[in-house]
Write a new protein. Structure first.
Length: 145
């Protein structure tokens, strides 16, 4: 199989975007159903500054995160370790950025007040995003590369 240098862009963005809509939001839905999520899935309220529905904004940023995922996944181990690494990538990196940078930029407390439940929620739903992105990236890669 040849390696295409455009794969992280051509595959990474849509894989991350779709993983947000499918896997991330499914995890939010499950946790909401269990009474463990601070908000419901597929939020449609407008977000600043553009006024787009929250789920669309989230999906866009999931696509943006798909770019570094696409670059990094080429160095992930193969087999079962690939999926574990995909999960950890999603659970750790986007969660740290969201809780340490995005929440404060939106006026919230750094680290969401260091509430363990919020950190666990972020890790679970973003870990689901990582697994989904890995799956969709591999699927797209089979057609692109």
């Amino acid at each position: 199989m040849r390696k295409n240098k455009l794969s992280p862009v051509v595959i990474g963005f849509p894989a991350g975007l779709l993983a947000t809509l499918i896997f991330h939001q499914a995890a939010v839905a499950l946790l909401w159903w269990l009474g463990m999520a601070p908000f419901p899935p597929y939020k449609t309220g407008a977000t600043a500054p553009l006024g787009v529905p929250a789920v669309i904004s989230l999906a866009f940023w999931g696509g943006v995160w798909g770019l570094p995922f696409g670059l990094a996944q080429r160095r992930f181990p193969r087999g079962l370790a690939y999926w574990l690494t995909s999960l950890v990538f999603g659970a750790v990196l986007p969660s740290l950025v969201a809780l340490l940078m995005v929440v404060p930029l939106k006026g919230g407390a750094v680290g969401a007040g260091w509430q363990p439940g919020i950190w666990a929620f972020a890790g679970l739903v973003n870990g689901a995003w990582g697994l989904g992105t890995g799956l969709l990236y591999r699927f797209g890669q089979s057609y692109w590369d």
